[in-house]
Design a protein around this ligand. Structure first.
Ligand code: WQD
Length: 337
C-alpha cells in the first residue's frame, strides 16, 4: 500500500483529502502542529473511513524534527503539502510569521524529500496568485501579479521554489494546485471547516450567523461593478477539491518525466456573488439570514472564477457538486458542532 504524507492533514482541506486518499486505498501519515486544527479531526476521519491515519504532532518550522521524521518515513511515495498559515488579513499584520511558517517549512520539507527515493510533491496553492486577473474566467496562463498580501506572496514564492527544484532535480516531480474558494464540509458532517475565533471567510460566517454564534453577517461592499453589486468568487466544494488532489497525486505516481512542473486552477468555472451565496444558503436551510451591506473590505478583488479546461483535459478532473450542495453540507456541519 503506497504511503502518502499529508502535512497540515487535520486542517479543512487536508482532512477531506486524507479521507479521499484512504478511499482510494492509500496509507496516510498526517503531520500537523495543531496550531489551527483539533486532534479530534482524527476521530472524524476514522469515523468516515474506518481507518485512523498515522499521526505525528510536529512543527515543520523545527528543522531537526523534520529531519528525524523523514529518517523514520523514508518509504513515502508522495507528499501533499497543506501545512501553512492562510489568513490574508492576518498575514498583513504579521508578515514574518507567514514567511517563516509558509516558506521555511516548505524548504525544510523539500530538503528532506530530496534525500528519499520517491519525490512526488503536491503543493497547496491559491488563485490569490493572480490578484485581480485582467481576463475572466482565469486560465493558468494568466499573469501572476504582485501579491496583494504576504499570504499570497508566500504562495507565489512557494511555487517558484518548487519550480527551481524541478529544474535541477532528476527525481523530483511536482504539481501546484491553485484553489479558488473552498467551501462546504463532508456529507457525513463528521469533518468540516473549524475556523478559530471570528471566521475571516464568508461561508463559515454565514453558518455561524444562522446558528446564532454571530449576530449579523456584514456583506463587504454592495457597489462593485457586478450584476448585484457584490463581489464574485468561484466557490468549490471541499470534497471535489480533495478528490482533485488524489487525481494529481496519481498523475505524479504514474509519470516518468521528472524536471516537469505543472500547475492547475481548481474551481467550478462558475462565479457566484456574495448575495447569491446567501440566497443559496437560505434556499437549502430554509432560514432567512440576518445580514447588512457595509463598506468594502480592503484587498478584495471584484471578481475571480476559474477556467476549468486544463484540469478537465489534462488532469481529467472536474467538479461534481453544486453551490447548494456545498452550502447544505456546511450548514449540516455547523449544526453538528
Ligand atoms: C469571499 C467574499 C468578501 C466575509 C480568501 C483567500 C484565498 C482563500 C480563501 C486560503 C469576498 C466576502 C467575506 C464576510 C463578506 N484562502 N465576505 N463578509 O477573500 O475570496 O479568499 O479565502 O486559501 O486564498 O484570498 O474569501 O471568504 O474571505 O471572501 O462579505 O464576513 O465574501 O468580501 O467578496 P476570499 P472570503
Amino acid at each position: 500500500m503506497d504511503r502518502i504524507l499529508v502535512t497540515g492533514g487535520l486542517g479543512f482541506i487536508g482532512s477531506h483529502t486524507v479521507v479521499e486518499l484512504q478511499n482510494e486505498g492509500f496509507e496516510v501519515v498526517v503531520i500537523d502542529n495543531l496550531s489551527n486544527a483539533s486532534i479530534s479531526v482524527l476521530d472524524g476521519i476514522e469515523s468516515i473511513t474506518g481507518v485512523r491515519p498515522l499521526f505525528e504532532e510536529l512543527d515543520l518550522r523545527h528543522k531537526t524534527e523534520v529531519i528525524s521524521f523523514f529518517k523514520r518515513y523514508s518509504d513515502l511515495k508522495g507528499i501533499i503539502h497543506f501545512a501553512a498559515s492562510k489568513a490574508v488579513g492576518e498575514s498583513v499584520k504579521i508578515p514574518l510569521h507567514y514567511y517563516e511558517n509558509n516558506l521555511n517549512t516548505l524548504v525544510y520539507t523539500l530538503k528532506e524529500l530530496s534525500k528519499i527515493e520517491h519525490q512526488n510533491f503536491i503543493f497547496s496553492s491559491s488563485c490569490t496568485v493572480y490578484g485581480q486577473a485582467d481576463q475572466l474566467p482565469i486560465t493558468e496562463e494568466a499573469s501572476v501579479k504582485k501579491a496583494l498580501s504576504p499570504y499570497g506572496n508566500t504562495k507565489q514564492i512557494g511555487e517558484e521554489i518548487i519550480q527551481d527544484l524541478c529544474l535541477v532535480s532528476d527525481k523530483f516531480k511536482a504539481i501546484s494546485l491553485r484553489y479558488f474558494n473552498p467551501i462546504g464540509a463532508h456529507p457525513t458532517a463528521k469533518i468540516g471547516e473549524l475556523p478559530l475565533g471570528v471566521p475571516q471567510n464568508l461561508v463559515p460566517y454565514i453558518t455561524q450567523t444562522a446558528i446564532g454564534k454571530r449576530d449579523e453577517l456584514s456583506v463587504f461592499g454592495g457597489d462593485y461593478p457586478t450584476p448585484d453589486g457584490t463581489c464574485i468568487r468561484d466557490y468549490i466544494h471541499v470534497v471535489d477539491l480533495a478528490k482533485a488532489h488524489v487525481v494529481a497525486l496519481k498523475r505524479l505516481l504514474q509519470s516518468k518525466n521528472t524536471n516537469n512542473y505543472e500547475f492547475f486552477n481548481l474551481g467550478t468555472g462558475k462565479g457566484s456573488s456574495v448575495l447569491e451565496v446567501i440566497e443559496s444558503f437560505e434556499r437549502v436551510s430554509g432560514n432567512t439570514l440576518n445580514y447588512k451591506i457595509v463598506d468594502r473590505r480592503a484587498g478584495d478583488v471584484v471578481s475571480a472564477f476559474a477556467d476549468t479546461e486544463k484540469a478537465k483535459y489534462i488532469l481529467g478532473w472536474q467538479t461534481e457538486q453544486s453551490l447548494d450542495d456545498a452550502m447544505k453540507a456546511a450548514w449540516e456541519w455547523e449544526k453538528s458542532l
